[in-house]
Design a protein around this ligand. Structure first.
Ligand code: AMP
Ligand code: MG
Length: 486
């Protein structure tokens, strides 16, 4: 299938040159396929043969653009680890344009495609290890129903890249309706470019949030409010599945409420509310249990950036206010669903908090606990009970849980179990699973990556031959150090 030049559109480029620099990707020697997603190809309106072709491989390696692509790197700024970092930008990401699939237009971006004017001290490259992690996690999150950028493919190369040690280069082709970040708004606000700030906000409203203009009142405060609501839902989903992002800087926050910029992320193994997955985050700013408040901090930074477009400061504060109730409500709804409860009642937050305390005290494996609890909704409790050291305390909790479940009119154990099994995944991308696939891929064998990808694409299914992907992490999993180095 050859793609006509007219298949590509370029709405972001239409914003004008203040927003980006046009440039070509840096060629990558001897590219080869590492991982591919047929599902993402379909989302782009492409058929699977697109990912079989040499000219696709060369184009997505950055060697020979396809007709109709218009590569560019965008400029943004942001707060990193709580401090204003000034100008950042796509230091190693290059937007190729948009393709339109069955669900609308999607931007196609290369990550690791070489130096840009925004690379600062970096080399513009990404290593195979982190590219595989981004690829797998994007697809895993999507399958879990969590808003995320997607990943079309990973392309590897023997080209050396210096990190703590010498590794090899790779490029991820990633896909999202937009990669605009909070940091894009901060950039134009902090540099006093308020016309551009308005242009950007209008662009985002027109493309993605047209309802903001239909309401009475200031469309930009409406934008802030809707972004806050999306972010609240996103973070609630992260918390409910035990996902730690790792680098929630404002330049990594999507204006569409998507999970973006996968770096030192982690799915929790043993439950530890204060878990810090990023080895570089020595202060623990982005610990698991801090994510909801950090998201609010980031929304506050976005609000400050949007102030020049608002009537007064109060308007911005009013737009942020709903987050404080929406986030906990969204989280409670999701925790209740994990418990098999279809509604939220008084006392449910205590039921959940008491459980989380027990899980934390006994460092219970997060994913295995919820999966076993799902089965226990219509079966024996022993397999769940076995996860705890303080069994009496857990028994007392289960009495409350079962009472609450069975109080529901028309309660049916089998139905509840089936519902819980659709919400509590069997397989998540644990660090050690990624690590095993990466080690094999480094040796030139991509079969483990494909097997893991397939399991992550069906996270609620207990497929035969995949028991090892759903088990406890091995001892060495705790020693894996994931840092910002990628
Ligand atoms: P991150 O927090 O990892 O998303 O990255 C923060 C900023 O550093 C972004 O502007 C990135 O584009 C840039 N960056 C990260 N790694 C590199 C690299 N190897 N080369 C160039 N820029 C990079
Ligand atoms: Mg980033």
């Amino acid at each position: 299938m050859s793609l006509p030049a007219s298949a590509w559109s370029h709405r972001f480029a239409g914003l004008g040159p203040t927003f980006f620099t046009e440039l070509q990707p840096t060629p990558l020697p001897s590219p080869h396929w590492v991982g591919r997603s047929a599902a993402v190809a379909r989302e782009l309106g492409l058929d699977a043969s697109f990912l079989e072709q040499t000219d696709t491989l060369e184009a997505l390696a950055g060697n020979a653009p396809l007709p109709g692509m218009r590569p560019l790197a965008s400029v943004y700024s942001g707060h990193q680890f709580g401090h204003w970092a000034g100008q950042l930008g796509d230091g190693r990401a290059i937007l190729l344009g948009e393709l339109t699939g069955p669900h609308g237009a999607l931007e196609v971006q290369l990550k690791g495609a070489g130096l840009t004017p925004y690379s600062r001290m970096g080399d513009g490259r990404a290593v195979l290890r982190s590219s595989i992690r981004e690829f797998l996690c994007s697809e895993a999150m999507h399958a879990l129903g969590i808003p995320t950028s997607r990943a079309l493919c990973v392309i590897g190369s023997p080209a050396p890249v210096r990190r703590e040690e010498i590794e090899t280069a790779a490029v991820v082709t990633r896909v999202a309706p937009s990669f605009i970040r909070f940091g894009h708004f901060e950039h134009f606000s902090h540099t006093g470019q308020h016309d551009e700030l308005r242009t950007l906000a209008d662009f985002v409203i027109d493309q993605f949030y047209p309802a903001c203009r239909e309401l009475d009142g200031n469309p930009y405060s409406a934008l802030l409010e809707v972004v806050s609501a999306r972010t609240a839902e996103l973070v609630a989903q992260w918390q409910a599945v035990g996902f730690c992002h790792g680098v929630m800087n404002t330049d990594n926050m999507s204006i569409l409420g998507l999970t973006i910029d996968y770096g030192p992320f982690q799915f929790l193994d043993a439950f530890n509310p204060g878990h810090v997955c990023n080895h570089s985050d020595t202060g623990g700013r982005y610990a698991y249990n801090r994510q909801p408040n950090i998201a609010y901090w980031n929304l506050f930074a976005l609000a400050q950036a949007l102030l020049p477009l608002m009537d007064d400061q109060q308007q911005a504060m009013d737009a942020l206010e709903p987050y404080k109730a929406l986030m906990p409500a969204a989280l409670q709804r999701r925790m209740n669903a994990k418990l098999g409860l279809v509604d939220v009642q008084d006392g449910d937050s205590t039921l959940t908090e008491d459980l989380m305390k027990l899980m934390a005290q006994d460092a219970v494996d997060f994913t295995i606990f919820w999966r076993r609890l799902s089965h226990a909704a219509a079966g024996p409790l022993e397999p769940v009970r076995d996860l705890f050291l303080q069994r009496e305390a857990f028994d007392a909790w289960t009495v409350r849980w079962r009472e609450r479940l069975q109080a529901r009119p028309g309660f049916d154990a089998d139905t509840t179990r089936a519902q819980m099994l659709r919400i509590n995944p069997h397989v998540v991308l644990r660090n050690h699973l990624g690590e095993l696939a990466i080690q094999r891929a480094k040796a030139g064998d991509f079969s483990e990556l494909a097997r893991l990808q397939n399991a992550l694409e069906h996270p609620y299914e207990e497929l035969p031959g995949q028991e090892d992907l759903a088990g406890f992490p091995p001892e060495w999993a705790g020693q894996i150090e994931i840092s910002c180095s990628s």
